[in-house]
Write a new protein. Structure first.
Length: 293
């Protein structure tokens, strides 16, 4: 015996559902499902790495050596340090290693170690353009080490090729055979403030190294330099065109920093405590001038 209307009739009467309305409701539901699927698909695509993360292009970093507001000229240019001593530079070399770049989102790329060793020499213009391969993108920050890391300083000599080849030793090269380590920064020149050496010249010599020690702790004069590129122009790395980060390297900063380095008081500095003060000084000698994109 039927005691009241069926549930279907109650729902039908409450919502005033007609066959036509039922058809429209089904269409609306299907439309919502399609849109939802599209949104889900878009979300999945957003998490997919950009294709250019695996596409690399060349980034050039130019090291333009200067002395204050003057271009550095070997043997002929005369400069004055904070101690008031005039000097000329005969030789300038330094290692740039362990290069990294970072974009505005904080993503960092480290150049593979075996492709990240460079020796910048003022006497060799080509060496002043350091070129690495990095993923395409826009970079706001650059960092590198002035020096050579400890593992490379103690690895088998047969594996030290290219700029890490220790041939030449201390005089013509950048390696202390007696100390089993690299000279990270070498600047030599003449100054009336320097004492007369056996050759009758007033020479100064700054050979700075020290990687932290192999079997026991020693001086570590490796210095990490980080350069903000935003003010002078970010580096836009892409195929078909080479971006060039133009850095100025001011050798006067080696003399004029937290410690004033006097040629008279310290005409020759190699492996000793004072070398760390010089390393602290020259770690500030780099600044970004502009970027050529």
């Amino acid at each position: 015996m039927q005691t009241g209307p069926s549930i279907a009739r109650i729902i039908h009467s409450y919502f005033f559902i007609t066959p036509f309305n039922m058809y429209r409701i089904r269409q609306i539901i299907l439309t919502i499902l399609v849109i939802s699927s599209g949104i889900t698909a878009c979300k999945k695509d957003d998490t997919t790495p950009a294709a250019n993360e695996t596409t690399k292009a060349t980034l050039s970093i130019q090291f333009d050596n200067i002395a204050g507001d003057k271009n550095l000229q070997l043997n002929t240019g005369t400069y004055v340090n904070a101690a008031g001593e005039s000097f000329k530079v005969d030789r300038l070399k330094y290692f740039i290693t362990n290069i990294k770049v970072r974009n505005a989102g904080g993503q960092e790329y480290t150049v593979p170690k075996d492709s990240s060793y460079f020796l910048v020499s003022e006497s060799d213009p080509a060496s002043q353009f350091v070129k690495v391969r990095v993923p395409e993108g826009e970079y706001t920050s650059l960092s590198f080490i002035l020096g050579v890391d400890s593992l490379s300083s103690v690895m088998d000599v047969s594996k030290r090729t290219g700029v890490l080849d220790p041939a030449g030793g201390m005089d013509d090269g950048m390696y202390w055979g007696w100390n089993m380590g690299y000279i990270f920064f070498k600047m030599e020149g003449t100054s009336d403030a320097a004492p007369t050496d056996p050759s009758g010249q007033h020479k100064f010599r700054y050979h700075i190294g020290g990687f932290g020690g192999y079997s026991a702790p020693t001086l570590n004069n490796n210095r990490t330099i980080t350069i903000n590129l935003t003010a002078g122009g970010t580096a836009k790395v892409r195929q078909g065109r080479e971006a060039n980060i133009h850095l100025m390297a001011d050798v006067l900063k080696m003399f004029n920093g937290a410690t004033t380095v006097s040629i008279l008081s310290n005409p020759t500095v190699m492996f000793g405590d004072f070398s760390a003060k010089i390393a602290d000084n020259y770690s500030h000698m780099f600044h970004h001038d502009h970027t050529e994109n």
